[in-house]
Write a protein that binds this ligand. Structure first.
Ligand code: GDP
Length: 524
């Protein structure tokens, strides 16, 4: 295939994640998007999968128990001339380092906020990772059909709590029971809420008055909205494409996913500004363009099969350049090994079908028998490619771990080392007792660890919860072991770097007061 066609095809990919706090409406909005794409015919399909009422996949016990599945990890469909890849970022108890790492594989993010609640903790964490990557972030203020907070407050909160400039693309006319519609600044029209699945559009003249709709022109709520829009026009941020591209300004859309109001308007505008797959930096500082002939990609997530009869796992690969073809040979940078990619899965929303071709921006799932680790680069051709290392995230939850059967230390150590290398959990050692401490971003990581230790390494483990801790690395030159206490445990990471696990903010503040010169650093 010529470079020209490859590039044209690349540019149709739009790969993003929806980030939100649980219950803000991520599943509901995903479902609407799948409806637009014609992938599901009926609302409730994704939801049913989430609650476990959907056809069971034979995939992973823990997944099944929690009602999440591999197929919903990546959803691909066509809409508006684009090929959409939505990557799932699991929340609740499924929140894990994988959730963060998934954000390394997307080109933009959609942030869904419950307009009655505003910014919640998980949204904030995920936002910060997107911000660090400098990718565009689009905001959907959801649940407009319910009474929520004052829109100005919500916008203000984005700017003060998240430190991002906001540009309201539209503004609500009423809310909850009195919801009449939205003033669509971007398309310069009013979108009326009709209580049916289809909105009615009203054109506006240059003075923002409705054309041929005297009733709306005289409506008090509309007048109020018009004043707010005037204020935004005068004193608010300017629409700035360059700032959207770098994630410094977030376009904000109000709407309701549940009643499908404003979702299509949002998605159409989103697709205008959502970036095509971008170039990726290598460890050496080079840049691989998405339209390069050479195939390349990196593993951002490995999902283990919890079924003991199926030891395989799926390595999720984000394609960065070139074209994937089934059965192709690739090099794995870390080991220098050659691998044939024959057993591959593509992610259409409803089925797991084999892929024939995929290009930059697409995600492929490789059945893996233990070849891959998180962060691995695969590539074709003679010139080696190694993409930049994925960042490490500061764990927040900790357990002390030991082998139940002291006679089985060997399999315990083997298992722990392999699983840690794979990136399933972080491993620390106490500096005084040599105890093993595991760190994770979410509880699910421990459960998966325990399950796999038993099933893959025949090692029963004890896990003693240590709860939430604040991990802060410390310069070894400034460290005195006597600084440690029961409220700030001293441990070493895998690289031998010392860090404190503080019991809480209070303990950390106390430490800072006592040792003002000691520098404490967090990872991401
Ligand atoms: P998720 O946890 O972010 O995936 O949230 P869900 O999509 O599962 O939604 C959580 C709850 O909020 C469900 O009961 C939804 O029906 C409800 N919900 C989602 N969007 C809306 C909305 O626009 N309006 C109202 N009133 N409820 C909504």
């Amino acid at each position: 295939m010529s470079n020209q066609t490859l590039q044209t095809r690349d540019n149709t990919r739009r790969t993003f994640a929806i980030i939100s706090h649980p219950d803000a409406g991520k599943t509901t909005i995903t479902e609407q998007l799948l409806l637009f794409g014609g992938v599901v015919r009926q609302a409730g399909t994704v939801k049913a999968r989430k609650t476990g009422n959907f056809a069971k996949s034979d995939w992973m016990e823990i997944e099944q128990k929690r009602g999440i599945s591999v197929t919903s990890s990546v959803m691909q469909f066509d809409y508006g001339g684009k090929r959409i890849n939505i990557l799932d970022t699991p929340g609740h108890a499924d929140f894990s380092e994988d959730t963060y790492r998934t954000l390394m594989a997307v080109d933009s993010a959609v942030m869904v906020i419950d307009s009655a609640k505003g910014i919640e903790p998980q949204t904030k964490k995920l936002f910060q990772i997107c911000k660090m990557r400098g990718i565009p972030i689009f905001t959907f203020m959801n649940k407009l059909d319910r009474d929520g907070r004052d829109p100005m407050d919500l916008i203000d909160e984005l700017e003060t709590v998240l430190g991002v400039q906001a540009y309201p693309m539209n503004w609500p006319i009423g809310m909850g029971k009195t919801l009449e519609g939205i003033f669509d600044r971007y398309n310069h029209r009013v979108e009326l809420y009709t209580h049916e699945q289809k909105s009615k559009m009203v054109a506006l003249d240059d003075d923002n008055n409705p054309v041929d709709n005297p009733e709306l022109a005289e409506d008090d709520q509309f007048k109020e909205t018009k004043d707010s829009v005037d204020l935004l026009d005068m004193a608010g941020n300017k629409f700035d494409e360059a700032k959207i591209a770098t994630g410094d300004l977030t376009p904000v859309f109000f709407g309701s996913a549940l009643v499908n109001f404003g979702v299509k308007t949002f998605f159409d505008a989103y697709l205008k500004y959502a970036p095509a797959p971008s170039a990726h930096k290598t460890q050496e500082g080079n840049v691989i363009a998405p339209d390069a002939q050479q195939f390349s990609g990196f593993v951002f997530k490995i999902q283990a099969n919890m079924n003991p009869n199926h030891r395989d796992r799926i390595a999720f690969v984000r394609i960065c350049s070139g074209e994937f073809e089934k059965g192709m040979d690739v090099n794995l940078f870390r080991t220098g090994k050659k691998l044939r990619l024959s057993n591959v899965t593509e992610f259409m929303a409803n089925t797991r079908e084999n892929v024939n071709t995929a290009v930059a921006g697409d995600i492929i799932g490789l059945y893996d028998t233990g070849n891959f680790q998180i962060g691995d680069t695969i590539y074709t051709g003679k010139s080696p490619v190694e993409f930049e290392k994925l960042p490490q995230f500061t764990p927040e939850l900790f357990v002390r771990v030991s082998a139940k059967n002291v006679m089985k230390q060997k399999s315990f150590h083997k298992g722990i080392n392999q699983l840690v290398q794979e990136g399933a959990v972080q491993l620390y050692k106490s500096t005084t007792t040599n105890d093993y401490v595991l760190g994770a971003v979410g509880q699910l990581q421990f459960e998966v660890f325990q399950f796999r230790m038993k099933n893959e390494y025949n090692s029963d483990v004890n896990m003693e919860p240590l709860g939430h801790k604040i991990a802060r690395w410390v310069n070894p030159d400034q460290l005195d072991p006597r600084m440690a206490s029961s409220r700030n445990l001293l441990v070493k990471d895998r690289a031998g770097q010392p860090l404190f696990l503080f019991e809480n903010q209070f303990a950390m503040r106390w430490f800072k007061d006592k040792y003002p010169d000691v520098e404490l650093t967090a990872k991401l």
